[in-house]
Design a protein around this ligand. Sequence first.
Ligand code: GLU
Length: 428
Amino acid sequence: MSEKNFNAFEMAQAQFDKVAEILNLDDSTRELLRSPLREYHFSIPVKMDDGTMKVFKGFRIQHNDSRGPGKGGIRFHPQETVDTVRALAMWMTWKTSVVDIPLGGSKGGVICDPHNLSAREQEQICRGFIRQIAKDVGPLRDVPAPDIMTNPQHMLWMLDEYETIFGAKYPGFITGKPVSIGGSLGRTEATGYGVIYTVRESLKQMGIKPENTTAAVQGFGNVAQYAIELYQQLGGKVVCVSSWDQSEQKSFTFRKKDGIDLKFLMSITDRFGGINKQKAIDGGYEVLPGDEWIKQPVDILLPCALENQVTGETAKFIQGTVKIIAEGANGPTTPEADKIIEEKGIFMIPDFLANAGGVTCSYFEQVQSNMNYYWEKDEVLSKLDTKMTSAFLSVSELAKKKKLYMRDAAYVISINRVAQSCKDRGWV
Ligand code: GLU
């Protein structure tokens, strides 16, 4: 499925270089923005449950903080690489910029597989991560959040370690906290809902009613589940989802042509988004190969899994019915696939715009934590909708006006803002 020799950082740089040309950026701004400002690579020794010691590799990469403290999640993944974290940090800079929140871009990662770690071992990784990086992050420097295979519990362990080191309460140090301890209502839903706010606006512009559309989804984690929830509430029909099968080490597509039952699928899914194959078959789902989701004759494709999933090879299978691709995942589409999608005339809602709902709600969480006063869920979600919709409209207007591919239009807005703040600060 994925492109061989894929390097996410090279891809992020290629996307940046293309737009740097369009913007005619000067050399020093290009040099500054195409690499991270700072990188931390460290080892996290952990005493495992069986008494042995294991050393995990961790990274925190701060791409740019000219618009405010760095912001971005920490991923746990067995295939994590430093170049993936570099790319994701850079995409965070563009993400916070496109929704115009006063934050920069960072990302963290640990090479580990939580499927095979006990809760205590995961807690030790979280605390060890913070011990290595505590002095270089913080509410006014760099603020972490959850991402792939990390959740509110991991954030709370990290916060607790940070507060233990510095001897005071710093609820603004981390976002995605449990709602009972300083988290924001709506944060869990925010990324998936945000994706659908942008889809809703695109359909509106096309004059298509959501209830007359169908979608295929890749992935069944936090982002996918809430995207499906809101899309179904708008009346849309999801015909399939794909999910990773840990025991077989490959993914499968679960199809029900008359529409999947979200509640049922969630009831047979583990905490990493893995759907139980046998129970799905018993529930009347067709189980197809993992990349079948992209070949479905639907109106909307929602890649909500990992990077490097829509490639030059698989994009060829996208059906003529597809009008919109909204990237719930970070970096799912390779530049080669982008070319094919652009040629097909499909409306692309790029990752750092489509999935910016998560970080936007993280910003709201920080604001609430700093005030020590929390909003009702409706208030959070309505503020989120306003922010996402206005960012979407700015990008789509520019795309129309300058006849740009949506990804390039989003980049033009983001890079312009970051370049300007670097200039204003006298960095370039
Ligand atoms: N990890 C999420 C992302 O990639 C959210 C980051 C955040 O909330 O800071 O956008």
